[in-house]
Design a protein around this ligand. Structure first.
Ligand code: M6R
Length: 609
């Protein structure tokens, strides 16, 4: 986790670093800091809390002469959030300053060795050892000191270092955690993610895994670990700068909920051509291989896992291949039975989630083909996979995933149709029929969003309740799991989500008079079963909030409140039915006065296991 940014150039850089950190805040926001070279000394400014705290700390403290500096926004792993633990970290002399994203696994040993040699530590972090190691190795050559430090440390990380004796130079390295360079005229930005410098330059160089770099205003050089220079292309990113702003919405989360029709349209675009069939340009796994697979294994975390769970129903039904599913953090420490005829699908919005990446790598080692479904071009997941399906949700800032989730589900629909095509599991006519329905969903979703007020009213009636139970069957189950996750993560209200048929085996004991029970009861082959479960809930005097299909007036007799979604076929329905649950969570959290874009203890991208 954590976001890092560095600048070298001809402009005063404190504000550039600060603005860059604002764009990286989604990666962590329990403390933040900057270090700049000013008056020949490295000045460090740090604050506990989000960027507003750092902004206060910077007032009247801008060091306008600074042309070289580092910035960091932290999500604590080693050491509680405090000013001392905030980055940047310094060596004993104050000449070296570093920012780091990731984890140094052998820091305990390194720290005691350094301490035994007289180094004094001022924080509880693993990262501080990097500053002291550079100090140890420094002999007038910052790059060499960085290279030797890289060899000392274990784990996964990306870091940038500056030294007061090199007023224009940034050196650093990356292993598994992301690091990109934004190249400008007589300047360079180094950051964990493109939005940090997107307003300044669109020319980007990706630093590869296990590579070193140096940057000065005159240019950047990427090297392997022996300092051999590597050729690197500059790519132009065409992202919309405004995408990183709220565009008139009060929060990023609500803006992103409203971007879901576009996110779906873009994810489907060009992949279901009018002439028929399914086209997936980056699939890169041949039809022949796909025709031979006998098992699909989906690995993912959090919201992406819930998209994967929808995938289990869709893939089995349309492609006829058996599907297994696991959270990546469990999969990687089991002994999963995989073979070259297993297709492992890793789903990750960020393409950086440590557990998902580890699971994908493990699968590859065991000889399986690996497919990544991710939102981020060039992310690590794309490099750890044989093929990719990009979701095209655009930049998602809200920590609570919304538009990336519906895009993931649509990507799974595309994968299922593609497999069905490659394996001859469905006729061309059947595939085209589903394709037409899928293409109609964005418009249906747009229509649904006009009825947000209903959900707001329902939220007003229930937001003070201490607990919510979610129940669903079939594809309604992952929708419930996702709805319950959304509510707990942004409102801090405890929730449970259960397969409706399992309720009588335990969770029913939680129900009391008026307990809110959210039930996904959209049309489908298990609808009557869901109604029976609703009856069981009502017999305990609990309150039923149903998500149902428009036109089903009968559901009103079984529910206290209903959120209607437009009709579509059962396996496509999660694209619509999850949206009222996102909005319900959103409005409840807003009514409770919670910060929905930055829920406590969370970060958007989880690059630690
Ligand atoms: O980037 P990923 O999709 O791999 O992230 C996985 C989870 O951390 C993520 O889906 C998380 O559960 C959501 N942000 C919650 O809304």
């Amino acid at each position: 986790m954590c976001g890092i940014i560095a600048y070298t150039g001809t402009r005063s850089c404190t504000d550039l670093l600060y603005q860059g950190l604002r764009k990286l805040e989604y990666r962590g926001y329990d403390s933040a800091g900057l270090s700049v070279l000013s008056g020949g000394r490295i000045e460090v400014i740090r604050a506990v809390g989000n960027m507003d705290s750092l902004e206060k700390e910077l007032e009247g403290n801008g060091h306008s002469d600074a042309r070289l500096g580092l910035g960091h926004t932290r999500w604590a792993t080693h050491g509680r959030p405090s000013t001392e633990n905030a980055h940047p970290h310094s060596d004993c002399t104050g000449n070296v300053s570093i920012v780091l994203n990731g984890i140094i696994e052998n820091y305990v040993n390194l720290r005691s060795e350094l301490a035994a040699n007289g180094h004094e530590f001022t924080s509880e972090t693993d990262a501080e050892v990097v500053a002291h190691l550079i100090e140890n190795h420094y002999n007038g050559d910052l790059l060499e000191a960085v290279r030797l430090t890289y060899a000392d440390i274990e784990g996964h990380f990306a870091f940038c270092a500056i030294h007061s004796g090199h007023p224009e130079l940034i050196a650093g390295a990356r292993k598994e955690c992301p690091l990109l360079i934004g190249v400008g005229k007589d300047e360079a930005f180094i950051a964990s993610a493109i939005p940090a410098f997107l307003s300044e330059t669109r020319d980007v160089i990706v630093i590869g895994d296990e590579e070193l770099f140096v940057a000065t205003p005159a240019g950047v050089t990427i090297m392997d670990l022996e300092k051999n220079e590597l050729e690197r292309e500059v790519t132009q990113v065409n992202w919309d700068v405004d995408a990183a702003e709220k565009a008139g919405f009060e929060t990023f989360m609500r803006k992103e909920i409203y971007e879901q029709p576009d996110s779906l349209t873009d994810t489907i675009a060009g992949r279901l051509p009018d002439g028929g069939g399914v086209v997936l340009d980056e699939m890169a796994i041949s039809d022949e291989v796909l025709a031979g697979i006998d098992k699909i294994y989906i690995v993912a975390c959090g919201t992406s896992y819930h998209a994967g769970m929808v995938g289990r129903y869709v893939l089995e039904n349309w492609s006829g291949v058996a599907v297994e599913l696991d959270v990546a953090s469990e999969f990687r420490y089991r002994d999963p039975v995989l073979s070259p005829s297993t297709l492992v699908v890793g789903i990750s919005q960020s393409g950086e989630t440590a557990d998902t990446l580890a699971a994908m790598r493990q699968a590859r080692k065991l000889g399986s083909k690996v497919l990544a479904i991710t939102n981020i071009m060039g992310s690590q997941a794309t490099r750890d996979a044989d093929g990719v399906i990009y979701t095209r949700a655009g930049l998602e800032i809200g920590v609570a995933a919304t538009k990336s989730h519906v895009a993931q589900i649509a990507a799974i629909h595309l994968l299922a149709l593609y497999l069905a095509q490659a394996r001859g599991a469905m006729s061309a006519g059947e595939i085209d029929g589903i394709a037409s329905e899928l293409k109609a969903v964005p418009e249906l979703l747009q229509t649904y969003l006009r009825h947000e007020a209903t959900t707001h009213e329902i939220a007003k009636r229930y937001y003070q309740q201490p607990f919510f139970l979610y129940l669903g069957r079939g594809v309604g189950l992952p929708v419930c799991l996702e709805g319950a996750l959304k509510l707990k993560e942004i409102s801090y209200i405890p929730t449970e989500a259960y397969a409706a048929g399992e309720m009588k085996h335990g969770p029913i004991a939680l129900l009391d008079e008026g307990s809110p029970v959210v039930v996904v009861a959209t049309d489908g082959h298990v609808y009557d079963k869901v109604i029976s479960n609703i009856e069981e809930v009502r017999a305990r005097s609990a309150a039923v909030i149903a998500v149902a299909t428009e036109g089903n007036e009968g559901i009103k007799a079984y529910s206290d409140d209903v959120m209607f979604v437009p009709a579509t076929s059962e396996l496509l329905s999660p694209l619509l039915s999850v949206v009222p649950l996102q909005l319900l969570a959103y409005h409840i959290a807003q009514l409770k006065g919670c910060n929905v874009d930055q829920p406590r203890n969370l970060a958007k991208t989880v690059t630690v296991e």
